[in-house]
Write a protein that binds this ligand. Sequence first.
Ligand SMILES: O=C(O)C1=C[C@@H](OP(=O)(O)O)[C@@H](O)[C@H](O)C1
Ligand SMILES: C=C(OP(=O)(O)O)C(=O)O
Length: 424
Amino acid sequence: MSTEQGWAAPRAQGPVNGRVTVPGSKSISNRALILAAIADGPSHLTGLLAARDTSLMRGALTALGVGITENEQHTVTVTPGSLKGPASVDCGLAGTVMRFVPPVAALADGVIEFDGDPYARERPMNVILGALRTLGVQIDDHGTGRMPYAVSGAGSVRGGKVTLDASGSSQFVSALLLAGARYDEGVDIRHDGKPVPSQPHLDMSVAMLRERGVHVDDSEPNRWVVAPGPIRALDTAIEPDLSNAAPFLAAAVLTGGEVTVTGWPAMTTQPGDQLKDIFTRFGAEVTRTDDGLTVRGTGRVQGVDLDLSEVGELTPVIAAVAAFADGPSYLRGIAHLRFHETDRLAALEHEFNALGGDVTQLDDGLEIRPKPLHGGLFGTYGDHRMAHAAAVLGLLVDGLEIENIGTTAKTLPEFPEMWSGLAG
Ligand SMILES: O=C(O)C1=C[C@@H](OP(=O)(O)O)[C@@H](O)[C@H](O)C1
Ligand SMILES: C=C(OP(=O)(O)O)C(=O)O
């Protein structure tokens, strides 16, 4: 239910029980679209996510001259075309669009302009733009290292060796990996700096390239060598988005209920798979079968000390669970969340504390000391995962309203109905 203020988060009336089917993974969907767009023939993608981030990716690739057609529900055919400018790309607030599309635009003939939501201009781009320049691409960003910028594609890219600091986002490396096989010399990427976060997302990029016949050598730490060559077209089914499963499973943990997320893959590169271990550490029982992943709350929620550097995008929901634990929690290794959809460390600290919580930012994370919370309007800062965190808090807090629940459309437009269906 929406009021002028916000969306009234459903309060759990008892243990939350149910089955949930989450749509396709954002990260796999947008990689599959990019790779299909520069492949050697048409690809059919089944179960592609239909959300703001994938629709922005489709818009970007279509603007460059790629054919994308809907066949039946959630099956999409991508037909590579000759990539051409002039074109404009709206990145919205999608990291995967603002980072993954410029290396593809560099292969086009003509100028491609990029812009996005106001806050997208705050998200760092300098590392990927600088790397592309090193690889021979002409880019005009008015000297800002941020949006808006224009890529002047010359129809081909020399490629070769590049050293960058990807400690701010794994997406800088993934972006070069995904297009690199189509560069004349391929690409030889070295990372120099503090550790690169989100290792599963790097593994996802490498695995999806290998599935399409691209040779990638990642045997040396902090180095990825992509051989030049074709990217094979591939008909593929997209896995469910395991990160978007987090709030639904968290509902079971916190209410002593039982929630199954259907179709949970036995093997996956998605970071959300680590929820199995994370919710176990909180005290829940977790089982995976061919049917899906079932999480059963045991009535006990323990404080945790977790390094979330590999799975930063899970932080908001994990923080919400930690807010009801029997002791303090420490979430570490996530300084880079300051550059996500919003400064997530500041946003979580501010919004939890506004409800009476006791959250403190650390240099690289959050300290969460559980305290009784009261209702209020929870700000989401255009961040889908802030809305998920708020919904989880609202299960156990009277009168919690979520500002701009529509922000969940970034990766899961069905969230409000799905959440009310499970918890309402
Ligand atoms: O490559 C991807 O699909 C993503 C990589 C990660 O980015 P960071 O490494 O910037 O955290 C993750 O947080 C984001 O949600 C999706
Ligand atoms: C960080 C995220 O998104 P983006 O792909 O926009 O970086 C996220 O979804 O948590």
